[in-house]
Design a protein around this ligand. Structure first.
Ligand SMILES: [Zn+2]
Length: 161
């Protein structure tokens, strides 16, 4: 018993009832605290010698880190909120496709567009005029299908039927 007691007193490690420097949020500074509770070798709860308040053990460094972190987190959060409030933007694939469509359309004569029908046998590069999707440029042709670039993205259309 005595041996254990002496060992605990001699140890440089913190122990319940010992003093420790800790951050007191009530006093707003680092002060002497009495260790109230420990988990293993970790101080978890302390009592401030100045205000007698019992609270979680925090070092000044942890407090500085904690106060710096929310600032970093807040920025992306508010951007997210703003983005959610803003009108929905088209996905990047659609915006990219639209850019290609606009460039291609600038070089094509809309008056020469071929009206779309599933019976068509189009060649890649053909300008189509679709009743629903508008003008589209045939990108590739497969068996019974053609991939066509419209203003709102790529669509697969039935062809050669
Ligand atoms: Zn205090």
């Amino acid at each position: 018993m005595t041996g254990i007691h002496r060992l605990a007193r001699d140890a440089t490690q913190p122990a319940v009832g010992r003093d420790v420097e800790a951050w007191c949020s009530k006093c707003g500074r680092v002060l002497e605290h009495i260790i109230v509770a420990m988990v293993g070798l970790e101080v978890v709860q302390v009592r401030c010698r100045t205000c007698a308040g019992t609270h979680k053990y925090k070092t000044a460094r942890e407090v500085a880190k904690a106060s710096a972190e929310p600032k970093r987190e807040r920025a992306p959060k508010s951007t997210k909120t703003r983005a959610a409030a803003a009108p929905k933007e088209d996905p990047i694939e659609i915006r990219a496709a639209r850019l290609v469509w606009q460039r291609s359309m600038a070089q094509l004569d809309r008056a020469k567009a071929t009206g779309y029908a599933p019976t068509l046998h189009p060649e890649p590069g053909l300008l189509l005029d679709h009743a629903t999707f508008g003008f589209g440029i045939v990108e590739s042709v497969g068996i019974g299908k053609a991939r066509v670039l419209f203003e709102n993205g790529y669509k697969l259309l039935a062809v050669g039927r």
